[in-house]
Design a protein around this ligand. Structure first.
Ligand SMILES: [Zn+2]
Length: 248
């Protein structure tokens, strides 16, 4: 199997000039990509991409924790998820980096919990953003009986990553592994069996616009850190992505 980008946002405006080219060149070297939705409108765009490239783009539908001005869409997004039956519910979660006020953090948690309840009810895996709220996210997740969990762009402690992996959660390793010591430490402490490759495109590529193909560079770097072949890294992480997003 070829590599998978388990989390990206190709629906974003950063690709409005060359979206098709970006997808075409990814398609030549990747198995598939998973485009996470962030709100009602972006979820629609993710669905559109899935429709255009049914064998290559998988849509996740969610309500992103930093999209606080879209939280009033909650009921509509839940309805959309029921209707469209996506492979996973995401991107959802908590973000204490961008959101300071206690009231808004409470609201964020409420939105997160409602989406988790929906995922539980519909037997769907979840894709979770946990920036500066990793412990809290992992605690909250333990209260739900979920089909599967991806801790996307995980930047918590290696200990917490280990605890989450023991519970069967997948840890999303972004292209930050190319330059972040924290992410390298996390990778060193985990087994490849617990990882997914992701770019979070257009973000997280040394300040340049990221794209799905860059998971290939990550796989090489992870291979170096784990003293494994790049092929082994690809084989395990792609099997994990299939298990989470295709076999459900
Ligand atoms: Zn994301």
């Amino acid at each position: 199997m070829k590599p998978v980008d388990a989390h990206c946002h190709i629906d974003f405006d950063q690709y409005s000039e060359d979206r098709e080219e970006v997808i075409q060149r990814s398609r030549e070297r990747l198995e598939f990509i998973v485009n996470a939705g962030s709100c009602l409108e972006n979820n629609r765009k993710a669905l559109q991409l899935q429709e255009e490239y049914p064998d290559f783009v998988i849509a996740n539908l969610g309500l992103h924790p930093t999209y606080t001005d879209k939280f009033d869409q909650l009921e509509e997004v839940k309805e959309q998820i029921r209707e469209e039956d996506p492979a996973a519910v995401g991107e959802i979660g908590l973000d204490h980096h961008h959101v300071d006020s206690p009231e808004m953090r409470d609201r964020q948690e409420e939105v997160f919990r409602q989406m988790l309840s929906l995922a539980e009810e519909l037997d769907k895996p979840v894709v979770v953003h946990s920036r500066d709220a990793e412990e809290k996210c992992v605690d909250i997740l333990s209260e739900y009986d979920l089909e599967g969990v991806m801790l996307h762009c995980f930047n918590g402690s290696p200990e917490l990553a280990g605890k989450a992996a023991d519970r069967g959660y997948f840890i999303g390793v972004t292209t930050q592994v190319l330059y972040s010591n924290r992410v390298k430490e996390i990778v060193e402490s985990l087994s490849i069996e617990d990882m997914l490759l992701e770019t979070d495109s257009p973000f997280l590529y040394r300040g340049e616009r990221n794209e799905p193909l860059n998971v290939i560079e990550s796989a090489e770097k992870i291979g170096e850190l784990k003293e494994a072949d790049k092929a082994q890294v690809v084989e395990k992480t792609s099997a994990n992505a299939v298990e989470l997003f295709r076999d459900g």
